[in-house]
Design a protein around this ligand. Structure first.
Ligand code: HEM
Length: 488
């Protein structure tokens, strides 16, 4: 407190000692959320650091987060963009990193009305069921052959297929090379986008490819672009055919609609072909690895906590009576499963840091915050704070079952906001809250999950935007309930 009061005279948050030119960059490891956590433990819930010449505020306190993202939301509705992120969004032409304004509002409306709103999600329910069945069948086959499965990799194929079928009627899992392109692209993009690259922060290093990233980024973008060009051509040809046959255009998907906006020269928004591609790319980047990695972390926690696994299994078996595969409509009857997902997102938030940037000078929490200051909200640290959670490193879904603390995950509760908050909160929350628990439940219901050694899985993290595991979970799934023998 003394530290803060002292600093309040200068109207800036406490700051660790810094070095010339690089500022505090030397204190940031490859896992920035862990470095920020360490700094917060030492210097308090709000700190100021300089990454090179860029002023940043780091916080992991719910009270302070509310001050920034609710009470001063208008100033903090832009995101911080690194050079890698700019490159990966066709020069900031997508949605995820678009500055708040008319263009962003247009994309948000499009996203909610054509892809992620309740009506479209209902419409695509059969598609999600098919993807779950395909996934379970694949696990079963591998299990029968005694083959170990790269659980995270297969989950990423599942979530990629779901998004690509919803957005552009394309089943990437049916075409191995497309599936591989998207899988690799999403993983590489998350890794490179999550790097704290020196050239982002030190102006005279701007044109230096210090960490050899540009070459890799170029490779990713070329592969994605070639694939998208082909998919767009197919869509345009199909649309022409429908028009020639005089067919009603009722089968339009998000990509068809984006292409129409692009072709409409008199529309309120000018929408280039690069905008179309960048938007689709953003959906893959924001919506697939996040969900897949959450399911993978949840499985690891269940393997390491057999009593939790057993309780979840009993809940699922009671609902399905061991006579059918679990489905989305069962979710309201599965409070323990939902608590497992929340507990996973608390300890392993797959967007560990929310990065925003001020558009104007402002005063927040008594501190002067100049325009362009970067705000890092450390969700990972918040989930491990002993002042907020009892024994935070213990995986205890029961903490989310208590009647008196109802944790909403949609950004109303600043202690727990894995999907962010406010106008820039995650638009895919509803989809994620269907896909993650349903597929996790299918994995719990249908298989026994055994790992080699002492039966415990290592919990190390790897650097990236989406908190991947350092060591992929490799398992041979042993069938426990065969939903296909029931003619499902
Ligand atoms: C477990 C899964 C997921 C997690 C943990 C997650 C988390 C987040 C977080 C923390 C943000 C930033 C929010 C903020 O700044 O306040 C975000 C933004 C976003 N998410 Fe998700 N997300 C998930 C799944 C999805 C899915 C399935 C989609 C849909 C395809 C999606 C699409 C997006 C988009 C487009 C944004 C940017 C919104 C904007 O800038 O206005 N996410 N997500």
């Amino acid at each position: 407190i003394l530290n803060r009061m002292k600093n309040k005279n200068h109207l800036t948050p406490p700051s660790p000692p810094s070095l010339p030119i690089i500022g505090h960059l030397h204190l940031i490891s490859k896992l920035p959320h862990q470095s920020f956590h360490k700094l917060s433990t030492h210097y308090g819930p709000i700190i100021q650091i300089f990454l090179g010449s860029k002023r940043c505020i780091v916080t992991s306190s719910p009270e302070i987060a509310k001050e920034f993202l609710k009470n001063n939301e208008t100033y903090f509705s832009n995101r911080f963009r690194s050079a890698a992120v700019d490159y990966l969004s066709y020069g900031s032409k997508g949605f995820l990193f678009a500055p708040y304004g008319d263009y962003w509002k247009f994309m948000k409306k499009m996203c909610m009305s054509e892809l992620l709103g309740a009506r479209t999600l209902d419409h695509f329910l059969p598609l999600r069921q098919q993807e779950t069945l395909r996934f379970v069948r694949l696990l079963q086959k591998k299990g029968e052959a005694g083959e170990a499965v790269d659980v995270g990799g297969e989950l990423l194929t599942l979530t990629n297929s779901t998004i690509s079928r919803m957005a552009m009627r394309k089943i990437c899992s049916e075409n191995d090379s497309d599936a591989e392109v998207i899988r690799k692209m999403v993983r590489d993009a998350a890794e490179l986008g999550g790097k704290f690259n020196v050239s982002d922060y030190i102006w005279f290093c701007k044109n230096l490819d210090l960490q050899g990233m540009n070459k890799r980024l170029k490779g990713i973008m070329e592969r994605f672009d070639t694939m998208m060009e082909r998919v767009i051509r197919e869509h345009q040809e199909e649309r022409m055919k429908r028009m020639e046959k005089g067919e009603d255009d009722h089968v339009r998907d998000l990509l068809d609609i984006l292409l129409e906006v692009h072709e409409n020269e008199n529309g309120e928004i000018k929408f280039s072909m690069e905008n179309v591609k960048a938007f689709i790319l953003d959906l893959f980047m924001a919506g697939t690895d996040t969900s897949a990695t959450t399911i993978e972390w949840a499985m690891v926690e269940l393997i390491n906590n057999p009593d939790v696994m057993e309780k979840a299994r009993q809940e699922i078996d009671l609902i399905t009576q061991k006579s059918r595969l679990i489905q989305e409509s069962d979710l309201p009857e599965l409070p323990y499963l939902q608590a497992i997902v929340k507990e996973t997102l608390r300890i392993h938030p797959t967007a560990p840091i929310i990065g925003r940037q001020t558009s104007e000078n402002c005063v927040v929490y008594g501190y002067d915050v100049p325009a362009e200051t970067i705000l890092f909200l450390n969700l990972w640290s918040m989930g491990r704070d002993t002042k907020l959670w009892e024994n935070p490193l213990e995986f205890k879904p029961e903490r989310f079952m208590s009647e008196d603390i109802k944790f909403d995950v949609r950004g109303q509760n600043f202690q727990f906001m894995p999907f962010g908050t406010g106008r820039r909160a995650c638009p895919g929350t509803s989809l994620a809250l269907q896909v993650v628990p349903t597929n996790l439940a299918a994995m719990i219901q249908c298989f026994e999950w055994k790992v080699d050694g002492d039966g415990k899985v290592n919990m190390e993290e790897k650097p990236a935007m989406t908190l991947p595991r350092a060591h992929p979970l490799m398992c041979i799934p042993i069938t426990r309930f065969n939903c296909f023998s029931l003619g499902d």
